[in-house]
Design a protein around this ligand. Structure first.
Ligand SMILES: Nc1ncnc2c1ncn2[C@@H]1O[C@H](COP(=O)(O)OP(=O)(O)O)[C@@H](O)[C@H]1O
Ligand SMILES: [Mg+2]
Length: 160
């Protein structure tokens, strides 16, 4: 992996319940910078990465069921009215570096839109620097401690 830059801002919040996850997702969806951003979601299995993405996509206007891309690696969404393309990646089962080029992931990350990435470390050295990273830790009382790290000016705007 290439060396990670230090974040510009780090913010820590708590999600006591899924309602708090939803309210963080709505706050993020209100930031115009979300239209062209790369956001990493870190945390063990079951901490709530996909749940956060579901709330975020619904807040942005995606209708219907949002599947976890664990098997497909990526699920694309296109909000025609908003002119917004979204890609939800889950690299949990990703183990073929050649697939990166073949599947066109390089092109996706170079495109304008919102890229949401679960298990970014499994993508090997390919992934570009994120604008924002959410790291979720599940606590004994089922609440979640969430660290938000902004790495770019876009990431800073997302935390505003
Ligand atoms: N903030 C939260 N509070 C309580 N339960 C949550 C919260 N976020 C997610 N969950 C629950 O945790 C479980 C796993 O969530 P999921 O989003 O699939 O995890 P991940 O994608 O990190 O593996 C789901 O059953 C979900 O309902
Ligand atoms: Mg998941």
């Amino acid at each position: 992996m290439t060396a990670r830059l230090h974040p510009l801002i780090v913010k820590t919040i708590a999600w006591q319940t899924e309602a708090d996850t939803a309210s963080s997702a709505r706050a993020l969806a209100r930031q115009p910078a979300v239209n062209n951003a790369m956001i990493e979601l870190r945390g063990d299995l079951g901490t709530g990465k996909t749940t956060f993405v579901r709330h975020l996509l619904h807040a942005l206007g995606v209708q219907g069921r949002i599947k976890s891309p664990t098997y497909a690696v990526v699920e694309p969404y296109s909000l025609v009215d908003a002119g917004l393309d979204i890609w939800h990646f889950d690299f949990y089962r990703f183990n073929d570096p050649d697939e990166w080029e073949e599947a066109g992931f390089r092109d996706i990350f170079a495109s304008c839109g919102l890229k949401l990435v679960e298990w970014p470390d499994n993508a090997g050295p390919h992934l570009p620097q994120p604008d924002l990273a959410l790291s979720i830790v599940l606590l004994a009382d089922e609440s979640r401690a969430v660290t938000l790290s902004a790495f770019t000016p876009t990431g800073k705007r997302l935390l505003a």
